[in-house]
Design a protein around this ligand. Structure first.
Ligand SMILES: O=C(O)CCC(=O)C(=O)O
Ligand SMILES: [Fe+2]
Length: 172
């Protein structure tokens, strides 16, 4: 359903079924240690996800920050009924750069433990920019690529925090 909502908002709903059929998910629970009352440290370095998209839900402790296209870091305000969807580098490349893939980080602050649960969605097979997104003004920016091989490449290169990894991997 989430995939459907996101793709529809970009007029790409026609690709929804095939993407859902090729998708698989990884789940990860992260615990961030509490800090001193007035202390702040980096819980997770700034990075972009290597996924197609990621869904994150957290306990009530703030910490996740997202960088806007204008360069401003904004806080994700947690609540029990809320989750955040982050576009990954694979979706950004498949959309030929149309969809923004945000840099995000986690600050560990204060004396409460923070938990987050992430559902990370990857696509099997070869991802190719839909022809509807291409014309004279919007030439192809990314060669066809495999999301899983891209993930492997980032692990081997130690490029997990490199926000331009997809550009180096399959950018034109
Ligand atoms: O813990 C969080 O809120 C974010 C985790 C995250 O960005 C990641 O695992 O890629
Ligand atoms: Fe992330």
């Amino acid at each position: 359903m989430v995939m459907n909502m996101v793709l529809s908002s970009y007029g790409l709903e026609k690709y929804c079924n095939s993407l859902i059929e090729s998708s698989f998910y990884m789940k990860r629970l992260i615990k961030y240690k509490s800090q001193g009352e007035n202390e702040t440290s980096i819980g997770l370095l700034p990075h972009t996800d290597k996924t197609f998209m990621s869904i994150i839900s957290t306990n009530e402790v703030k910490g996740l920050q997202i960088k806007t296209p204008q360069g401003e870091w904004i806080d994700f305000e947690p609540s029990p009924s809320k989750f955040i969807l982050l576009v990954g580098e694979a979706f950004m490349a498949w959309s030929n750069g149309k969809v923004y893939c945000p840099l995000h980080r986690v600050l560990a602050r204060g004396n409460k433990e923070r938990w987050s649960i992430g559902i990370f969605c990857f696509i099997r097979g070869i991802l190719q920019v839909p022809e509807e997104l291409l014309d004279h003004e919007n030439p192809l920016k990314f060669k066809p690529f495999s999301n899983l091989e891209f993930l492997q490449y980032c692990k081997l290169q130690g490029a997990s925090t490199n926000e331009a990894a997809i550009q180096t991997y399959c950018g034109i």
